[in-house]
Design a protein around this ligand. Sequence first.
Ligand code: HXC
Length: 258
Amino acid sequence: MSYETILLDKREAVGIITLNRPKAMNALNNQLMDELTAALRDLEGDDEIGCILITGSDKAFAAGADIKQMADKSYRDVFMEDFISANWEEASRVRKPIIAAVAGYALGGGCELAMMCDFIIAADTAKFGQPEITIGVIPGAGGTQRLTRFIGKSKAMDMVLTGRHMDAAEALASGLVARVVPADDLLDVALDAAEKIAGFSRPAVMIAKESVNRAYETTLNEGMRFERRVFHSLFAFEDQSEGMAAFIEKRRPQFKNR
Ligand code: HXC
């Protein structure tokens, strides 16, 4: 499939999706979200791929949902098409890990898309925000929910009610992003992390992701029980005996990775 609003590149075991609407600050319109969904499904189904990277440009990861496409919608339109659920949630459904590499603006739906990824590596130029209140609405793709879980109620209220931007240093201090790096190093650092993840046992990586995500859906006791069960399940894969034998034999493990 050929894409017009994103670029899809496969570099060994890493799939790189670059949001690519430069004239619109990578605003997320229907076509882009359809293409992003298709690319994510392609990478999820590709046995060669072990980790996914989503990035944008130097100026913008994405400046939000496309306001020009939303502006004339009626209540009937958004209700009947269940705007935005059809093509906005794929990133949160993918079982392989996804890293968001964010430079410049990640606003509104752009910040929400970054938060659907498993972790965010930010350039020192990154700016995050949920400015929907400034255009008369509220976040609609997880901004009030995921942001609150990332940074807590007080800061989430500040961001959602004032619409202000948060710079990379504040995003790091608040726990929204995992790392901040110089803008020039962003892709190298993110690619390094993605390659590292893609080199580990694939079932272990997917189960680790599922288990961390479970922490948001359940009580501590239930989460601990879930973790124990899936930890046990890893002993059903050859990668467990290979990984442990390699440690003991002081060699690199050869994970099956399929
Ligand atoms: C459509 C957008 C856009 C957007 C920028 N553009 N953001 N078009 N939707 N979200 C377009 C501008 O209209 C302009 O097009 C071009 O990109 C360059 O933008 P400028 O504003 O001229 O650039 P600059 O002055 O550098 O400001 C950058 C900016 C600003 C701070 C990112 O563009 C901005 O505030 N954008 C909107 C951010 C926002 O409100 N996002 C939330 C959207 S609502 P022209 O044709 O004029 O050159 C949302 C809801 C999600 O995301 C809910 C789930 C769907």
